[in-house]
Design a protein. Structure first.
Ligand code: ARG
Length: 586
């Protein structure tokens, strides 16, 4: 990769000037404004400041020792100490040439592959997956795909909520209210119904409160937790029914997990957590519960001096106990270097508690903690800027949402392609509809809330999945018209040379694909990739308007076909990483 070559040379030149400095921080990255160049290094400024040198002087000294003449037209010193590089078109053409033969054009594998566990989706048993789950599912899946493509060892784990107090109420509902027939037709709907009916009676704040129901729910929970065969059997049935429905959604979304180790998997592993945390002096008994107080001066402000309850007063495990045991398991058994938790921003305090506790616990017991990161995200909103709900005020079920996406896409596809068979139109609509929902979810900065809009996400113009999917179709059709085989052969053996400004602009953008993936992986922000692909499609459109491909003169044809080929491959790879499918026709 060209930026890498420039970077190596720059670091070498910097070492000549400052032999003792850590020059690995001198990165060469795309220049934010093409006016100034194609690539840029800004890091000499901080290197100079640390040493109380003049940044501009340091940059000038480095520049004097820098030789990148074989790739660059010019290298300039700008502003307070920026170094700007502008590529020669011949170097650009050469980079394209080698990309044509690469399996993953413009992508470089990580130099230090890591084992990364990604905990995402993680719905709760007996509750329908709703629109809130789409974010965790789609984000987590995209991060898994990105990190894998970059050569990391990724382990995906669905941490299903299959244990906890809700089962007391569910068991009462199951035994007193269950309608077997409805359960068969719509298991999650029926379980949701009985849960809501009972939980309304268990809330002392609510008018329908019944002390006796609450007592019974508690008793059923205790029975379950102490291994009562009847309750265990019901609990297993609830899990199996839920899992079936979750799997249906995952298969529609094309999402796979390596593991689905739910909370209950850790039932026999929490004891060790209590023991270790008590032995190392972190956890203490407080009002009957086992608690970690975050008294350290470096505790995050939002949890400082707050208790982190790791075992309930009744001796039962809670969300914290299982999450602590889960960290241990992922470290010891899955060999995780890093764990990513893709969870709603509203759980930030829980995770700050968890991460801080793990850090103290592992430090005290002289172990290396895995790196733990919360990949948090905002809420999906309706037109009214409030969390998206159905007209009757319920959570929008994910299944209904996906159905609607396919139906709406079907209407659009049918209007555009009335000549296609219905089954074909349905298949295209499936890919377009689901792609649109996923892309719309990945496009905003993940921490912001976003307003859900069918019209926007399904538009064929603008930064949407359909627009990008359509761009793929268009490029494919160029190859089809050109006689795919001849065209592909031409591309592989071509001697490339770039001339038109639109060719050059497109080529430069292609080159940055790998860097964008790395940025997505560094900051866990797929929106970088969405924007990159949109820009790529735009540059391709301008190129295609101005530069005939199949009708071009022999000397230009090969280069232009190569640009088409690489654009198609990068677009496809990019959409694949986002989990968005493509189709032959649209
Ligand atoms: N089941 C939880 C919920 O629906 C999310 C679990 C996230 N993962 C974790 N290890 N805590 O809120």
């Amino acid at each position: 990769m060209i930026h890498q070559l420039l970077q190596d040379r720059l670091q070498e030149a910097a070492r000549q000037v400052l032999p003792k400095a850590d020059t690995s921080l001198l990165l060469v990255r795309p220049c934010p404004d093409p006016k100034f160049g194609d690539y840029q290094c800004t890091a000499l400024i901080s290197l100079a400041k640390e040493r109380k040198l003049s940044p501009r002087q340091l940059a000038a000294d480095v520049l004097a020792r820098l030789d990148v003449g074989e790739w660059c037209e010019k290298v300039e010193l700008a502003g307070v100490g920026f170094i700007n590089f502008r590529l020669q078109t011949s170097a650009l053409a050469q980079a394209l040439q080698s990309a044509i033969r690469a399996e993953h054009p413009f992508v470089q594998k990580a130099k230090q592959p890591r084992t990364i566990v990604i905990d995402f989706s993680s719905p709760n048993v007996a509750k329908p997956m709703h629109v809130g789950h789409i974010r965790s599912t789609v984000l987590g899946d995209c991060l898994a795909r990105t990190l894998r493509l970059l050569g990391h060892r990724v382990i995906t784990d669905n941490h299903i909520g299959d244990w906890g107090t809700q089962f007391g109420m569910l068991l009462v509902g199951w035994k007193t209210l269950l309608d077997r027939q409805t359960l068969e037709a719509d298991p999650l709907g029926e379980m949701d119904r009985i849960y809501k009916a009972i939980s309304a009676q268990c809330d002392p704040e609510k008018p329908g409160f019944h002390q006796s129901t609450l007592d019974r729910a508690r008793a059923e929970l205790v029975k379950l937790q102490s291994g009562d065969p009847e309750n265990l059997a019901i609990w297993r049935e609830m899990i199996a029914l839920s899992q079936k429905q979750f799997d249906e959604i995952y298969s529609r979304l094309g999402v796979k997990f390596d593991y689905a180790l739910g909370e209950s998997f850790y039932n026999d592993k929490v004891q060790r957590v209590y023991q270790e945390l008590t032995d190392c002096g972190l956890a203490v008994e407080s009002e009957g519960a086992l608690v970690v107080f975050q008294n350290e001066p470096e505790a995050p402000a939002n949890i400082k001096a707050q208790p982190f309850i790791i075992r309930k007063r009744d001796g039962g495990a809670n969300y914290a106990s299982t999450d602590l045991a889960t960290v241990l398991y992922r470290k010891e058994n899955l060999k995780a270097d890093r764990v990513l938790y893709v969870v709603d921003s509203r759980q930030r305090d829980h995770f700050d508690h968890l991460f801080f506790t793990v850090h103290r616990w592992f430090t005290k017991t002289r172990r290396n903690p895995p790196e733990l990161k919360l990949i948090d995200f905002g809420t999906v909103l309706g037109d009214n800027n409030k969390p998206l709900k159905t007209r009757s005020g319920e959570n929008v079920k994910l299944r209904d949402l996906l159905d609607e996406a396919e139906q709406r896409a079907f209407k659009i596809v049918s209007e555009k392609n009335p000549e296609l068979r219905e089954s074909q139109r349905r298949e295209i609509a499936r890919i377009v509809g689901l792609g649109a929902v996923k892309f719309a979810d990945l496009l905003p900065n993940r921490q912001s809330d976003y307003v859900f809009s069918w019209d926007k996400m399904l538009a064929l113009e603008g930064n949407t999945a359909p627009y990008l999917q359509y761009a793929c179709v268009r490029i494919r059709s160029i190859f089809r018209k050109g006689g795919a085989e001849n065209a592909q052969r031409g591309v592989r053996n071509a001697e490339l040379s770039l001339a038109a400004p639109q060719e050059i602009a497109l080529a430069k953008h292609l080159l940055n694909f790998g860097l964008v993936l790395e940025a997505v992986a560094d900051e866990y922000r797929p929106n970088f990739l969405c924007n990159y692909l949109y820009e790529l499609a735009g540059r391709f459109a301008r190129f295609y308007e101005n530069c005939p491909v199949l009708k071009a003169a022999e000397s230009e044809r090969a280069t232009r076909l190569a640009l088409c080929d690489l654009t198609a491959r990068v677009l496809n790879q990019g959409l694949e990483v986002l989990g968005v499918g493509t189709t032959e026709q649209m």
